[in-house]
Design a protein around this ligand. Structure first.
Ligand SMILES: [Zn+2]
Length: 266
């Protein structure tokens, strides 16, 4: 008979005596007390009791104790939810890192239940944040998907695009996954050629951001226009154009690396 994956990793006896921060995460949202302050371990336990499928896990080395759950239907009024993205914008760097880590691990735990080599149900590793295959021995660690996000300038104008699939109401930077064998710079060149039809030069790394929706690492770049006319890849990009920084259409909010790139903050 198949061994069930433990729903819950071992929790230390009293997390509140450690430096662990407690996070309850649901979809793209985080739970806070109604006054906007962080929740406690007692709150986590209470929220866990509301959802039989809630997943509680802890990583002492990252200072997180987190609960991932699905339904907010029975959440008591003394709690509120806020988008994680908004919470990023209001939090200090150590907290942003911990929430990102908690969200990334929560996503991974939800999506990594069976061995991708032999299909056997996985068990919790006692040593790492990982799951092990009792059949073939493969150890499955949380994975990240590296992506590039690039702001292209042409004189005093910047390139912004409206995507077909995501955030349909806003104009943002061009972004995409780094393909096998590519460097981030290759990916920048390819994405701009494919999606917009232009060549760029002076590709320059500006900074990065974990984007655990579900598992991206965003590597932020700027580049300068070199040649070509805008020719959209219609299944990806609905519209694109050159805009002045002081006269942009609706664009990403604070809390994202796109915002920092667009507003010249990195
Ligand atoms: Zn296996």
């Amino acid at each position: 008979m198949e061994q069930e994956t433990d729903k819950t990793m071992p929790i230390i006896e009293n997390p509140q005596t450690t430096n662990c921060q407690c996070f309850a995460l649901t979809g793209r949202n985080i739970v806070l007390k109604a006054d906007g302050s962080p929740i406690t371990f007692a709150d986590l336990t209470e929220i866990k009791s509301l959802d039989n499928n809630a997943d509680l896990f802890e990583e002492q080395e990252f200072g997180i104790c987190a609960l991932s759950f699905e339904t907010t239907e029975h959440l008591p009024d003394r709690f509120i939810t806020k988008t994680i993205r908004q919470y990023f914008n209001e939090s200090d760097e150590p907290t942003i890192f911990r929430v990102s880590r908690a969200k990334a691990v929560a996503n991974w735990r939800q999506s990594t239940q069976f061995c991708c080599t032999c299909g056997t149900k996985l068990t919790e590793s006692k040593q790492f944040t990982a799951r092990e295959c009792p059949q073939c021995g493969k150890i499955h660690f949380p994975r990240i998907e590296p992506c590039v996000i690039v702001l292209v300038s042409r004189g005093d104008k910047i390139l912004l695009a409206r995507h077909v699939q995501r955030n349909q109401d806003i104009y943002a930077c061009i972004a995409g996954f780094i393909e096998g064998g590519e460097t981030p710079e290759h990916a920048v060149e390819r994405e701009l050629q494919e999606e917009i039809g232009i060549k760029v030069k002076n590709i320059s790394y500006r900074g990065s951001q974990s984007w655990p929706f579900p598992d991206q690492l965003m590597l932020g770049y700027t580049a300068e226009y070199e040649s070509g006319e805008i020719k959209l890849q219609k299944d990806e990009i609905a519209d694109a154009g050159w805009f002045s920084r002081d006269n942009c259409p609706a664009s990403p909010q604070p809390g994202s690396i796109a915002y920092k790139l667009i507003h010249g903050l990195i």
